[in-house]
Structure formats: C-alpha cells, structure tokens
Design a protein around this ligand. Sequence first.
Ligand code: CP
Length: 348
Amino acid sequence: MKLPSSSATELNKVNLEHMVSMKDFSVKEMDNMMELMSYLKKAREDNAIPQLFKGKSVGMIFEAGSTRTRVSFEVAATLLGGHALFLSPKDIHLGGKESIHDTSRVLSRMCDIIMARTNSPETLDGLLDMATVPVINGLDTRFHPTQMLADLFTIKEHITDGRQLSDLTLAFMGDATDVCRSLMLTCAKYGMGFKQIGPKKYQMEKEWVDLAETYCAESGGRIEITDDVDAIKECDVVYGDSFYWVTQYDEKEERLAAFMPDYVITEELMAKAKPGSMLLHCLPANDKEEVTRGALESNYSVAFDEAENRLTAQMAILVYFTHKHNITASAETEAMHKEKIEGFLSQL
Ligand code: CP
C-alpha cells in the first residue's frame, strides 16, 4: 500500500519540536522541509536569500570533528542574517566544570537553537532534558537527521523518468551506522525499498529493523538486511559510508578485514546496480577503503551535490524552527523599542 499524501496517518503527523531521531520525524515534516529547501536553494542561486534568521543565534556543540555539518550550519546562519557559535568541549565547561543540564539551560537562555554533535546519546538526551529551545541532532551515534534531509533532497533532484521516491530501492553498503539506521527508517517511512548489504556481524540491530517494518506496513516500504552483494542488482541508489567511526579506531583492522574487498563500492560494483543508478556518500570518504576514487568521480556520483545540499538543508532547518518557535517582532514593535532606548540615551 502506498501512503496517500493527504492522509492523517501516523507517518504524516506534524509535531516536530526538536530534530533528534528519525522516529519522531514525519513524512509531512520532511516534505515541508524539502519544499522549503527548494525555495532557499533557488534564493541562494539568485543571491537573494531572505534574512529569516536575522538577529538569531544557533549554539553548536561539537564533541567530535566535522567539516560538512559545521561549515553548513555556520554558512547557513550567516546567509540568513544570523550567527552560529562553534562550541567545542575544550572551550566551554560542558560535562566538566558544568553539567550538561546547566549548559543546556544557559544556552537556551541565550541562543534560539541548539545544535549538537555528540559522542554519546547521553549528552544529547541531557541537552534535551533541559532545553527550552529546539535541539538539532548533528549526529549522536544513533541518528543523523540533518544528513537525511540532504540525502532525500539530492535523490529527488536526480530521479529520472518521472519516478517517485517510493519507486526506488536504496542499497546501503557497509556497517549499521547512524546514517544506515537513519536511512533505513527514512526509506521505510517514504515507502522506499532499503537494503543494508554488509557482513552479518555488522548488520542492523533487530529492534530497529522491527521498527522500520512497522513503518513499512503503513507505507509499502521494503526492508532487507543481507550479506549478499548481488542484492545490489535490484537497487537504484547505492550509498557509501566509512567502515569505522572516530570512536572505533581500535577496531579498524578487524573491520577493514570484514568489509574489504567484497563491500567496497567500485565501478564494477556500480555496474551491477540497476541501469541509471546513482551513488551517494555522506562523506568524508576514504577512497582506499569503502569507495574507490573512480566510483566517486563517475558521472553517476552525486556525493558532492549531496554535500552542498547539507547547506540547503541547514538553511531550511534554521528557518523552519525559527518560524515555529520564535515570533519575529513587527517593524512597529522594533521601532517602539528603538525610540525608547534612543530617548533614554539622549538624556545621558
Ligand atoms: N556527513 C557528515 O556529517 O560530514 P561531517 O562529519 O564532515 O560533518
């Protein structure tokens, strides 16, 4: 059964207060965000971005390194007339001199949005406990929701032949990462096919597959977890991710031995996918490990469009949550405050 776009089903509820997990993200909200992305992308192409984050700030906690997430949020805030604060645990008191709860309370009183990339779910959950402004998960080992917006948007931009997302099957090559889990749940919500193709030891946990299956029952999505590389034959989108994360360097050799060479995305592997398939990769890519440079540079690769769409997504996220949570003052209210303050200053 395909999900009717106007139905008031579980998958179409609109109640996103924070952007944390793919569980609480509805199809309707993602569709709204992607429509917003398309307007903002066009505005950027025309050098005419409306200042919809003017005077606002996003406080960004980064427990782990980042290129795309950090740069895209910083640039998005600037383009929209606001400001992004880069807050590394080395520079603030988070979890050391000051608890995560108190950090969240203080940031909520000064910033309009909190964005966090954390090395553990506990940090993000601690921020959520006390935040009175929206919290955006910039990757927490479980989920990478901001990446999902860029990924779906990029796939939609490159779909050919009038096909819909629900006509496609995505093959995730590799480990059950936060991106893999997020993609599985997102594809399930959208009625897409999803296959994780990787060695048995690194396959997705059953509880998450079961959850995805409940979404599929409503959306018509299809989930398969397999170690059979030939499953790529039925796929329209091939997705790559690192075989290990920064917290898994001690497992690097064991992981590489398990994944290489069978699960490496090569030009030969891409040739086995359906004709016209596209290649996505969340990046950073290691072209000596999970993907070859040849595949990454081929004309079916949209990995760098995908990276650029991180910026498109972050603009939409900042605007969406500002609109939802902060009522921007009218010109009259602003003028009234200006007159009062200038009146006071003129008497000094
Ligand atoms: N894909 C992604 O999140 O990239 P960064 O780690 O560079 O932010």
